[in-house]
Design a binder for this molecule. Structure first.
Ligand code: FES
Ligand code: MG
Length: 593
C-alpha cells in the first residue's frame, strides 16, 4: 500500500509500512493494532495526527481539552486522518511551584521528543493556560511538521455583587482592600473564587488570552479560535474544524516555518498592543521565533508595536471580560481594524490554508464598547517601551496600564513630564518583600521606587511573577494603588501594574540590578527610555568589583539543568543549546530495535 502526498511518503509510513525492514514494521504494527487500530488504518493512505493533550486534573486551565477530545478526533476522522492523543507535561500557572515558567522549556523538550520520535504526520496542539501555548508553539517550531493550535478558551465571565470579576485582576484589587482593612480574609477568598465560574483559562486579557491571541495572529490557528469561551458550542465546533483542518495541512505539507515568518511575528506584536496584551508575550514570542529561526529582537516590541493604539476594552487595561470580547468579534475583529489602518501584513499564509488578509475579509467589531475602532481607540501608543541603563540592558514597560492617577503622580512634573527621580528600596526576592514591606525602617514613602531582584530565569529559577509589588499598607491607606516597581522577574498578565520588568541580564548573573542598594537615587526617564542608578562611577565600579555571585540552591535535577542552559528573558528564556536545532522532523530517527 502506498501513502502518498504529492508523490511523497507520509512520515508515519517509515514506521508502519517499510518493506525494507519487515521485522521492525511488524513490531510497530502489532503493538499499535492491539489497541484496536486496524492494520489498514495504520498503513493506509491516511496521515496519523497526534493530539498533544495539555489538560489534566493537575492542569485545570486546560482541562476542557479532555472534553473537547471527542470533537477533535471526529474532525480528524472526517478529514481522513487517524487521531492519536498523547499527554504532555502539565504546566499549571496557579499550581506549579516554584513557577510554571520553569516548566515551559521542559514541556517543550517533551513535545519535541514525541513529535520527533513517534509515527506522527501532523499535530493538534491543545493550548490554554499561560505557558502551555508558547511551549506547544516552540515544540512545533523546532520539529516543523504540520501543526495547528486549538485553544481551550477562557472561562465564562466571573461576577461579584453585580460587577465583573476578572481572573487575577480581582485578586490584585482585593489584596489592596484587605491591606486597607476594608474586607476580611473570607471575603477575599470568595471574591477570588467568583472570578473562576467554569472550566477554561483566565477570562481577563492575561497571559493566557494574550498568548492564544498571539497564536491566532501568527496564523497558527483557525480564524476566530482564541476568544471562544471554553463552555460554548462554538468551542466544540472549533475543536472539530481544527481536527479536520490539520489533515488538509498534512496533505498540503503546510508547516510552521511556512506560517511563522518575520511578517507573522510583526502581526502578532501589533495585535498584542491593540489587545493590551501581557508583558509575558515578548519572552514567549522571542522563544518561538528563535526555535523557528526568525530574527526577532526585544527592541522590535517597541519599534513595531509601541505606536499602536489600544482597541480592546478588557481587564486589566479596560473593563470587560472574555465573553464580551468573543461576542464583539474577538481577535479577527481587532486585526481587521488594524488591517484597515494598514498595520497588518495580509499576504502571510495561515493554518486555514488562506492568507491572513483572506481570513480577515468581512470581519469587524460587533460592539465598539468592547472592540474600538482604530480612529477612536481606548488610548494611543499602547505598546511596550523598552528601557535600558546601568541597571539592565533591557526591561519592558506596558504603557496601556499606566493609569491617569499613576501618570499624574509620578510622570507629570511640569516641564519634566515622563521623568521621575526617587529613592530606591531593594528586596531580595518575594519572601524578603513579604517580610519587610511594612517595616518602617525601610522608610518607604509615596515617592519611593521598589526593586526586586534574584527572580529571573536563573535566579528564581524560571523567572517569577512578582514584580508587581503592592505598596506598604500605610501607603495604600493614603489611596496610592501603585508605586513604580522594577525587577528582573515578570508579572502576571492580569496585573494592572505599570511595572518595569523582565530586566535582562538578571542580577544573579551580574546584571546591574545586583549593585543597587536601598537608599540609592534612581532616575527614570521615559522620554529617553532610560532607568539609571545615580551612583558615581567609582562607587559603582567598586560595587561591581566586590560582588560575589549568590550560591544557587537546586531542588531538583531539572532546576540544575535548566539553570545551566537557560538564556535571559530578553532572549526568550530558551534553553540556549536547543535553538540550534531546526526542522528536526526531517531528520528521521533510527529504528528502535
Ligand atoms: Fe491558567 Fe490564568 S492561570 S490561564
Ligand atoms: Mg501568572
Amino acid at each position: 500500500m502506498s501513502n502518498t502526498r504529492a508523490g511523497k511518503k507520509f512520515r508515519s509510513q517509515e514506521w508502519f509500512d517499510n518493506p525494507n525492514n519487515p521485522g521492525m514494521t511488524a513490531l510497530y504494527l502489532e503493538r499499535y493494532q492491539n489497541q484496536a487500530f486496524t492494520v489498514e488504518e495504520l498503513q493506509g493512505e491516511r496521515p496519523i495526527i497526534g493530539i498533544a493533550q495539555t489538560g489534566s486534573d493537575l492542569a485545570p486551565c486546560n482541562k476542557i481539552h479532555v472534553f473537547l477530545m471527542d470533537r477533535i478526533k471526529a474532525g480528524i476522522r472526517d478529514g481522513g486522518g487517524i487521531p492519536m492523543e498523547f499527554p504532555v507535561h502539565p504546566i499549571q500557572e496557579t499550581g506549579k511551584r516554584p513557577t510554571a515558567a520553569l516548566d515551559r522549556n521542559l514541556s517543550y523538550l517533551g513535545l519535541v521528543e514525541v513529535l520527533h520520535g513517534y509515527p506522527l504526520d501532523g499535530v493538534v496542539l491543545t493550548t490554554g493556560c499561560d505557558k502551555t501555548t508558547p511551549a506547544m508553539l516552540m515544540g512545533a517550531a523546532t520539529v516543523d511538521i504540520p501543526a495547528i493550535a486549538l485553544n481551550g478558551g477562557p472561562m465564562l465571565d466571573g461576577w461579584w455583587k453585580g460587577e465583573r470579576a476578572g481572573s487575577g485582576t480581582i485578586i490584585w484589587e482585593s489584596r489592596r482592600l484587605l491591606a486597607e482593612g476594608k474586607i476580611e480574609y473570607d471575603e477575599f477568598i470568595e471574591r477570588a473564587c467568583s472570578s473562576a465560574p467554569s472550566l477554561g483559562h483566565c477570562n481577563t486579557m492575561g497571559t493566557a488570552s494574550t498568548m492564544n491571541a498571539m497564536a491566532e495572529a501568527l496564523g497558527m490557528t483557525l480564524t476566530g479560535n482564541s476568544a471562544i469561551p471554553a463552555p460554548f458550542r462554538e468551542r466544540m465546533n472549533m475543536a472539530y474544524e481544527t481536527g479536520k483542518r490539520i489533515v488538509g495541512m498534512v496533505i498540503e505539507d503546510l508547516k510552521p516555518s511556512d506560517i511563522m515568518t518575520r511578517e507573522a511575528f510583526e502581526n502578532a506584536i501589533v495585535t498584542n498592543s491593540a489587545i493590551g496584551g501581557s508583558t509575558n508575550a515578548p519572552p514567549h514570542l522571542q522563544a518561538v521565533a528563535r526555535h523557528i529561526g526568525v530574527e526577532l529582537n526585544v527592541k522590535d516590541w517597541e519599534t513595531v508595536g509601541f505606536d499602536v493604539p489600544l482597541l480592546v476594552n478588557m481587564q486589566p487595561a479596560g473593563e470587560y471580560l472574555g465573553e464580551s470580547f468573543f461576542h464583539a468579534g474577538g481577535v479577527p475583529a481587532v486585526m481587521a481594524e488594524l488591517h484597515k489602518a494598514g498595520r497588518i501584513h495580509t499576504d502571510v499564509m495561515t493554518a486555514s490554508g488562506k492568507t491572513m488578509g483572506e481570513n480577515l475579509n468581512g470581519r469587524e467589531s460587533h460592539d465598539t464598547k468592547v472592540i474600538k475602532t482604530y480612529d477612536a481607540p481606548m488610548r494611543e501608543n499602547a505598546g511596550f517601551m523598552v528601557l535600558s541603563g546601568n541597571l539592565f540592558d533591557s526591561a519592558l514597560m506596558k504603557t496601556s496600564v499606566i493609569s491617569p492617577d499613576f501618570r499624574a503622580r509620578f510622570l507629570s512634573e511640569p516641564g519634566n513630564e515622563g521623568v521621575y527621580e526617587a529613592r530606591a528600596v531593594v528586596f531580595e526576592g518575594p519572601e524578603d518583600y513579604h517580610d519587610r514591606i511594612n517595616d518602617p525602617a525601610l522608610e518607604i514613602d509615596e515617592k519611593s521606587i521598589l526593586f526586586i531582584r534574584g527572580v529571573g530565569c536563573v535566579g528564581y529559577p524560571g523567572s517569577a511573577e512578582v514584580v508587581n509589588m503592592q505598596p506598604p499598607d500605610a501607603i495604600i491607606r493614603q489611596g496610592i494603588k501603585h508605586l513604580p516597581t522594577v525587577g528582573d522577574g515578570r508579572q502576571s498578565g492580569t496585573s494592572e501594574s505599570p511595572s518595569i520588568l523582565n530586566a535582562s541580564p538578571e542580577s544573579v548573573i551580574g546584571g546591574g540590578l545586583a549593585f543597587l542598594n536601598t537608599g540609592d537615587r534612581v532616575k527614570l526617564d521615559l522620554n529617553a527610555r532610560a532607568l539609571n542608578a545615580l551612583v558615581d562611577d567609582a562607587e559603582w565600579q567598586a560595587r561591581i568589583d566586590a560582588w560575589v555571585q549568590p550560591e544557587l540552591h537546586h531542588q531538583t535535577p531539572w532546576q540544575e539543568i535548566y539553570r545551566k542552559n537557560v538564556g535571559q528573558l530578553s532572549e526568550g528564556g530558551c534553553l540556549e543549546l536547543a535553538t540550534a536545532y531546526q526542522k528536526v522532523g526531517q531528520d528521521l530517527p533510527r529504528d528502535n530495535h
